[in-house]
Design a protein around this ligand. Structure first.
Ligand SMILES: *Cc1c(COP(=O)(O)O)cnc(C)c1O
Length: 462
């Protein structure tokens, strides 16, 4: 990134001056220094860089876990040296990984959790890639068996998918078919789905917790639309549910919502252990309803580490500690603990949504009753002389990170602002936020209010 500011200093030199005896007073920034640096100095330099980052607890932009308890922290420091791929060297971590996805298969109502298959990943992005790859490979096998071409696969999804699905389509040469969201169809709900589907459709992505707004896509309704399409055309199209956030909310807060393996059309589901799985970054999970849905030729058997371990992953090495942390969270909380934790988070989201909706200038897009995430826009017609970007800036001055951004294609003229409520944002902190927001709205309104000039005529000073 370039910046307009020029300090006149050489940007390639950093100058930590801690006056430690015998130490150089500068070091190159973009090259290795010739000599070692004292550990204290190196530590201080890195810490000082990171200090300028935002405060993670006030970061209401991210879905990713920023807090675990002391026992989890202890476990983390005791296990950060484990490489998840060394399954033969760390067989217990590998076993715990299996407990993890088996638990999720059960939580998501797999008809036969023992016959399901799954894996941990570095996050939902990798998990979605794996889910997408399995869809694509199964489609290729089907096409080849029928003597049909395999050169034009497409994947049907909402225009409001997370960027990982754009990446999947780009990296693996799959045509993305985006169903636009609109004011009438705020999420992909199965309407007109037949216009997007043909024999080259590898699958449909349904999002449980749309990243832009936090709303659930009605997976059962999408499945029913696909049932009708199958009845009319014979095309049996399966669903991958992107439950990056909702996969760890719906089982506890909306247990009667049918979105998971209870729907026969749902072939695979991913979630982010590091979102509402309540673990530090980076951990994701993906589970297939049954082992036969994961084509055998995608699985690698790595023998040079000593054993014969099947793996399906994009990465080779990655941290194993998060897998242990997920198991800790499962044991520590149990079903009731997850219900209580996610329930408290949801109550904060609804409180914030209520109050923000009642402030006057804002129109809620949704109320945080799916995942604890909600978005709002400025009420139309809008005569205000400030935008949500201005409000976001004002809040940032107080440490709150609450982004404003345009909605996806077809609604890109609509700017929304979004809050992601996570474990760690309690009611007290939420009320401080509401106070700050009310003060900032009053301030922005005052800037945009005509002030009388000397002659008593209104004049704008904005
Ligand atoms: C966050 C998110 C992802 C990506 O997950 P990571 O764990 O950050 O890789 C994918 N899909 C949805 C719906 C998300 O919200």
């Amino acid at each position: 990134m370039s910046t307009a500011y020029d300090s006149g200093l050489d940007p390639s030199i950093m100058a930590p001056v801690f006056a430690r005896p015998g130490e150089a007073d500068s070091a190159p920034r973009f090259q290795l220094g010739a000599d070692p640096m004292a550990a204290e100095t190196a530590y201080q330099v890195v810490r000082d860089e990171a200090m300028l980052d935002g405060n993670a607890r006030l970061n209401l932009a991210t879905f990713v876990g920023t807090w675990m308890d002391d026992h989890a922290n202890r476990l983390y420091t005791e296990s950060f040296d484990k490489n998840a791929i060394d399954k033969d060297e760390y067989p217990q971590t590998a076993a715990v990984e299996t407990y993890g996805w088996r638990t999720l298969a059960d939580l998501w109502h797999s008809p036969d959790p023992a016959g399901a298959i799954g894996t941990s990943t570095i996050g939902s992005s990798e998990a979605c890639m794996l889910g997408g790859l399995a869809l694509k490979r199964r489609w290729q096998q089907r096409q080849r068996a029928a003597g049909r071409p395999t050169d034009k696969p497409n994947l049907v999804m909402s225009s409001a998918v997370q960027v990982c699905w754009e990446k999947f389509c780009n990296y693996w040469d799959v045509e993305p078919r985006r169903v636009p969201i609109s004011l009438d169809h705020k999420v992909m709900d199965g309407t007109d789905l037949d216009k997007y589907i043909d024999e080259n459709t590898i699958g449909v992505v349904a999002i449980l917790g749309v990243t832009y707004t936090g709303m659930y896509e009605p997976v059962a309704q999408i499945a029913a639309a696909l049932d009708r399409i199958e009845a009319a055309t014979g095309l049996d199209i399966q669903i991958h549910v992107d439950g990056a956030s909702g996969g760890m909310i719906a089982p506890f807060l909306q247990p009667d919502l049918i979105w998971d393996f209870r729907l026969p059309r749902v072939a695979s589901i991913n979630t982010s252990g590091h979102k509402y799985g309540l673990v530090y970054p980076g951990l994701g999970w993906v589970v297939w309803r049954e082992a036969s849905l994961l084509p055998e030729d995608l699985i690698f058997r790595v023998s040079y580490l000593g054993g014969d371990m099947p793996t399906f992953a994009l990465n080779f090495s990655r941290p194993g500690a998060q897998v242990l942390l997920q198991y800790y969270a499962f044991l520590r909380l149990g079903r009731k603990g997850f219900e209580a934790t996610q329930g408290a988070t949801a109550a904060v989201a609804r409180h914030l949504a209520d109050r923000i909706g009642a402030m006057g200038p804002f129109e809620l897009w949704n109320d945080g009753s799916d995942i604890p995430v909600f978005a709002w826009s400025l009420r139309e017609p809008n005569s205000r002389l400030w935008t949500l970007y201005d409000l976001s800036d004002r809040l940032r001055m107080r440490g709150w990170l609450i982004p404003a951004y345009p909605m996806p294609a077809d609604l890109e003229d609509l700017t929304v602002q979004r809050i992601v409520v996570r474990n760690g944002l309690g009611m007290d902190l939420a009320d401080r936020l509401l106070e700050d927001m009310a003060a900032d709205v009053a301030y922005l309104d005052s800037l945009a209010t005509p002030l009388p000039d000397a002659a008593g005529h209104p004049a704008f000073h904005h």
